[in-house]
Write a protein that binds this ligand. Structure first.
Ligand code: NDP
Ligand code: PYC
Length: 347
């Protein structure tokens, strides 16, 4: 039920976003998967990966840097723990949707498995993916490079990506335990949203092109973002370049930026998703892993702390009850994109 006239039911927003992508020349497989992840972001109040990303995706299509008609391809099954999907130059999201059931089957059978996605354009949050893996009763890790916009700790020049890292743990009868964050202090999308709102950045997010600390979003976008937790975030980000770039035979963030030539478009690289069966790992040991996990979560909550994703799940419940509230500017932009397609996009 939607009472606010500026709110749209989730299904209605999905239909609108999917139609915009179809109008922009994406095939049904690409449009559906993109609309699902973008509307999930808006539904869960993750504005940095919600409808504001539509324009970036369409800009990448208009620039000819992503294959709008790609059909992802599952590699022949070699019986191993590695499931491979080639996105064939399309977006990562339909490649993930294709690989998910195979990843889940293999992890349940072998105890653990990996989904390697190659040759994909990637702009989205990772929590929808780890959540989807937890729905199969599996724990999950997802990671990918991005493009070089982040300086390593101790440096001042863009080299690493904002490299997101997500984890999920299934819980019966309640939402899974999920975290998902950029390994930079904040996602680049947050800086772009602050630039649009005319707001200053918090101290410590970025340096300008001369390596001086800056709170100006424009200067930050032209300079370098910083890693979260200093040398610790820098090392985790480097690990992501190694595992989800070099190890899977795909691009690092620096290579991706060089190939793309611009941070105004969505980057192309690979992605790695790992799935684990807690029961298989804990087999023969004392204690049931899911029950033991609940004891841990209760102890966290018992201190007055919240679990990651709790804010998101609360936003989801609100959106399911009341619809998704959009500003007038957002509704106008959706109307424009629906009417004009790629003509509404400037490169
Ligand atoms: P945030 O810092 O907003 O949130 C990180 C995580 O911490 C979330 O799971 C969040 O849960 C949780 N959290 C926040 N505050 C607390 C708290 N007080 N107690 C417990 N948990 C908390 O994320 P980022 O800005 O770093 O990243 C945003 C998104 O950007 C991610 O979804 C990421 O995947 C995406 N991204 C994608 C990239 C790409 O290349 N595709 C690159 C970089 C980022 P909650 O949501 O409930 O607040
Ligand atoms: O928000 O940092 C980000 C980002 C980069 C690519 C996609 N999202």
């Amino acid at each position: 039920m939607t009472s606010d006239p500026a709110s749209l039911p989730i299904d209605a927003l999905f239909a609108r976003v999917e139609a915009i992508f179809r109008r922009g020349g994406l095939n049904a497989v690409q449009s559906g998967a993109l609309a699902r992840v973008i509307v999930a972001g808006e539904r869960d109040a993750c504005k940095s990966h919600g409808i504001y990303r539509i324009e970036g995706a369409l800009r990448t299509v208009k620039a000819g840097k992503v294959n709008a008609e790609a059909m992802p391809e599952l590699a022949p099954d070699d019986g191993s723990a590695i499931i491979r999907v080639n996105a064939r130059g399309g977006f990562a999201n339909p490649a993930f949707e294709l690989g998910l059931p195979h990843l889940a089957e293999r992890a349940q059978r072998l105890g653990m498995a990996a989904l390697v996605i190659n040759d994909c354009t990637h702009f989205s949050a990772l929590w929808p993916e780890v959540e989807a893996v937890t729905a199969h009763g599996l724990a999950a890790l997802a990671l990918c490079p991005s493009y070089a916009t982040v300086a390593p700790a101790g440096g001042t020049k863009p080299l690493l990506g904002t490299n997101p890292f997500a984890f999920g743990w299934p819980r019966s009868g309640s939402d899974p335990y999920v975290f998902d964050f950029a390994t930079s202090v904040a996602a680049r999308g947050e800086i772009e949203l602050k630039r649009r709102a005319g707001e200053k950045l918090p101290e410590g997010w970025a340096v300008d092109a001369d390596g001086r600390s800056t709170r100006d979003p424009e200067a930050a976008l032209a300079g370098a973002m910083l890693t979260f937790g200093g040398h610790k975030g820098s090392a985790i980000s480097t690990m992501i370049e190694l595992l989800a770039g070099i190890m899977i035979g795909d691009l690092t963030s620096l290579e991706s930026l060089r190939q793309l030539g611009s941070t105004n478009l969505s980057p192309s690289h690979g992605e790695l998703i790992l799935a684990f069966s807690p029961e298989r790992f804990a087999a023969g040991r004392e204690g049931e892993p899911f029950a033991r996990a609940e004891t841990l979560f209760e102890a966290i909550l018992g201190q007055g702390a919240r679990l990651p994703s709790q804010r998101r799940f609360a936003a989801r419940a609100r959106a399911e009850a009341e619809g998704i509230a959009l500003s007038e500017a957002e509704r106008t932009q959706l109307d424009r994109l629906a009417a004009e397609g790629l003509d509404a996009i400037t490169l």
